[in-house]
Design a protein around this ligand. Structure first.
Ligand code: TYM
Length: 334
């Protein structure tokens, strides 16, 4: 909360090829919620370096992600769309919060365990304290709501715990944030293994729909999607492949699972896959076209980057000044 205004914060990593999961689980909800809040959408490039990056590639991807935010429907004149690394307050607050976070808490983070297993040659301290930086992102802007996919829930819980711990010692410094997880698309699963979430780091390109995939590729990937041998289109745990297809269809068309099941009653999986592919193409195509236009408008994007970094910094510094004073850092003389 800033004054009387409710605040929304969320972010996405500029690493790998973004997937339909990132769009349906997060970005789509961001757009829907934007009108109601003072919004901060960060390209979280500081989180990206917990895994080794090619510098030129990271810079390019970060800028592409900013284009994508705008192309998906966020208005950068209203919502504060910015690069995390442009606001040093994230790093400063992360350090402070590190001193209010227990190793036992961080040891429980499932995403750390997964990533450490995947990058066993580079289990760095940043990977370990990643959730603290994420807590700093959110708390720095006094966010009331944080729209994320289901996989980020554990990080939201630790954010709330850290904030509550801090407030208990120093008074009401931080707003306690609530997660917002959408009904459809909160957990988009791999097309090749519906027990696993769709992930940009999946080695099998057929497992994920990338936001840059062309219509033919999308149709082909859905045709190859793993289903089952039941031959019935039903929305139930025993048919995770079919359920995932229905979830994607519902998230893209704003229908309920009941409506979708009714629509496909008596049809084969081929028909369902074709319809899902079409619904995805019609959602992604306008976004892809808009990204291409934005890429040509360097001056406009540069202005957005500059102005929004200043706006984010203004709000971040407000919280940071308060926090520094509370914990006993000597006040700056100006
Ligand atoms: P990241 O970059 O992995 O993912 C960005 C968003 O996409 C969602 N998502 C999914 N949703 C549904 N189905 C999927 N298969 C799927 N894959 C990804 C994620 O839940 C997320 O909402 N740590 C965060 C980034 C972050 C952040 C923050 C988010 C840093 N600071 C502060 C919110 C607030 C991450 O790595 O997300």
């Amino acid at each position: 909360m800033i004054g009387d205004t409710k605040v929304l914060f969320s972010g996405m990593q500029a690493t790998g090829n973004l997937t339909l999961g990132n769009y349906l689980g997060a970005l789509k909800n961001w757009v829907n919620l934007s009108e109601e809040y003072l919004c901060f959408y960060s390209v979280v490039d500081m989180h990206s370096i917990t895994v080794r990056q090619d510098p030129a590639e990271l810079r390019k991807r970060a800028r592409n992600l900013l284009h994508l935010y705008i192309a998906a429907g966020l208005d950068p004149e209203k919502a504060c769309i910015y690069f995390q690394s442009h606001v040093s307050g994230h790093a400063e607050l992360a350090w402070i919060l590190n001193c209010f976070t227990y190793m036992g808490e961080l040891n429980r983070m499932t995403q750390f365990k997964d990533k450490a297993a995947k990058h066993s040659d580079n289990i760095n301290a940043g990977l370990y304290t990643y959730p603290v930086l994420m807590a700093a992102d959110i708390l720095l802007y006094q966010a009331d709501v944080v729209p994320v996919g289901a996989d980020q829930m554990q990080h939201l819980e630790i954010t709330r715990d850290i904030a509550q711990r801090f407030n208990k010692i120093y008074g009401d410094v931080f707003t306690i944030p609530e997660p917002f997880v959408g009904k459809a698309g909160a957990r988009v699963m791999s097309l090749q293994n519906p027990e696993k979430k769709m992930s940009k780091s999946d080695e099998n390109p057929n497992a994920s729909i990338y936001l840059t995939d062309d219509p033919d590729t999308i149709v082909r990937k859905f045709k190859r999607a793993v289903t089952d041998s039941e031959g019935v289109i039903a929305y139930r745990d025993e048919q995770p492949g079919v359920r995932n297809l229905l979830d994607i269809y519902c998230a893209c068309t704003d229908k309920t699972p009941e409506e979708a099941v009714k629509e496909f009653a008596g049809q084969g999986y081929g028909t369902l896959k074709a319809a899902v592919a079409e619904s995805v193409v019609s959602v992604l195509r306008p976004i892809q076209d808009r990204v291409k236009e934005l890429e040509k408008d360097k001056a406009y994007i540069d202005r957005i980057i500059k102005e929004n970094a200043e706006k984010a910094e203004y709000y971040a510094n407000k919280t940071l000044r308060k926090v520094k004073h509370k914990i006993g850092y000597p006040d700056r003389i100006r």
